[in-house]
Design a binder for this molecule. Structure first.
Ligand SMILES: Nc1ncnc2c1ncn2[C@@H]1O[C@H](COP(=O)(O)OP(=O)(O)OP(=O)(O)O)[C@@H](O)[C@H]1O
Length: 252
C-alpha cells in the first residue's frame, strides 16, 4: 500500500525494515513498510502497542536509520546523507513535537519558538512567525517562561516552534499524551489548523482514536506492517478498525 504517484509526498519510506538487536533476541520492528505522507495533509499513525509506530516515525524523520529500505524527506533520500547533512536536514526541513514538550526552561516563549531558527543562524520570516503565534494563541504569553505556563500552553509553544522554520514536515509523537482531554483537543485542533491554514504537513503517532480522528487520514500498523489506511476518519470508525485488528491478532 503506497500513496499514488500523483500526490506529492512530504515524507515516505519504501520497503522499510528495522531490526533491533541480533540473533535470538532480534526484534523486527518494521517488516517491509512502504508508505507516503502526502504534502499539505495531516496523517495519523495508529496501531497496537509494539506495532512499530514510533520506529516508523523515527526512521521517516531521520532520527534513526533503517536496516534496509529507504526513507525520503521530499526528494532527499536520508540514507545518502552523512551525519552532518542529516543533522542539517532535520534542523532545516523537519519539525518535531514530543509528548514531553521539550522546551528550554531558561528561554521565554518567544525565544523557544525562535530556537530552531536561531540555531540555524536564520532570521526567519516575521509574518510567518506572527501567523503562527496567532494560530497557537500565545501572543499575550511571549515573555513568559515555560514553568509559568500550563501543559497545554507549553505544548502550543512546542507546536509553534516545530513550524517556525517552515519545515517540509512536522512529526508529532503522542503530542497529547501528557495533557488532559481539553488541552489535548486544543493542541490537536491547532495542529489541524496549522495544516489547513498554512498548507504544512503533519505526521502524528498516537494510540488514541479521538486524537487520530483530527487527521485527514489514518495509517494502521500491526506487527511492523502497514495493514490499512482510512481517509476522513471518525473516532468510532477508528475504534472499530482497531478492535478488528486486535481480534484478528488473537485468533491468528
Ligand atoms: N531500542 C530498541 N531496542 C530493542 N527493541 C526495540 C527498541 N525500540 C523498539 N523496540 C521494539 O520494537 C517493536 C516496535 O516498537 P515501537 O516503539 O516502534 O512500537 P510502538 O507501536 O510505537 O509501541 P507503543 O505504542 O507501545 O509506543 C517493539 O517490539 C519494541 O519492543
Amino acid at each position: 500500500m503506497t500513496t499514488p504517484a500523483s500526490s506529492p509526498t512530504a515524507a515516505r519510506v519504501v520497503d522499510a525494515v528495522k531490526v533491533y538487536g541480533t540473533g535470538d533476541t532480534a526484534v523486527r520492528a518494521l517488516d517491509g513498510v512502504s508508505v507516503g505522507f502526502p504534502a499539505g495533509r495531516f496523517t495519523a499513525i495508529m496501531g497496537p502497542s509494539g506495532s512499530g509506530k514510533s520506529t516508523l516515525m523515527h526512521c521517516a524523520a531521520g532520527l534513526d536509520t533503517l536496516t534496509s529500505g529507504s526513507a525520503h524527506i521530499g526528494g532527499t533520500e536520508l540514507g545518502t546523507l552523512d551525519d552532518r547533512r542529516l543533522t542539517q536536514l532535520r534542523r532545516d526541513r523537519v519539525g518535531f513535537v514530543f509528548q514531553g514538550f521539550n522546551l528550554v526552561p531558561t528561554l521565554t516563549v518567544a525565544e523557544n519558538i525562535r530556537l530552531p531558527l536561531d540555531l540555524a543562524g536564520r532570521t526567519g520570516d516575521p509574518d510567518w512567525l506572527d501567523t503562527l503565534i496567532d494560530i497557537v494563541g500565545l501572543r499575550d504569553r511571549l515573555h513568559h517562561r515555560p514553568t509559568e505556563l500550563s501543559g497545554g500552553q507549553q505544548q502550543r509553544v512546542a507546536v509553534a516552534r516545530a513550524f517556525a522554520g517552515r519545515p517540509d514536515v512536522v512529526f508529532a509523537d503522542e503530542p497529547t499524551g501528557n495533557l488532559d482531554s481539553r488541552s489535548g483537543e486544543e493542541v490537536l485542533g491547532l495542529l489541524g489548523r496549522a495544516v489547513r491554514q498554512t498548507a504544512r504537513t503533519v505526521v502524528m503517532v498516537t494510540h488514541d482514536p479521538v486524537a487520530a480522528a483530527h487527521a485527514d487520514e489514518v495509517v494502521f500498523l500491526a506487527d511492523g506492517r502497514l495493514v490499512d489506511r482510512m481517509a476522513s476518519p471518525t473516532a468510532d470508525h477508528i475504534l472499530d478498525r482497531m478492535k478488528a485488528f486486535e481480534k484478528a491478532q488473537v485468533t491468528s
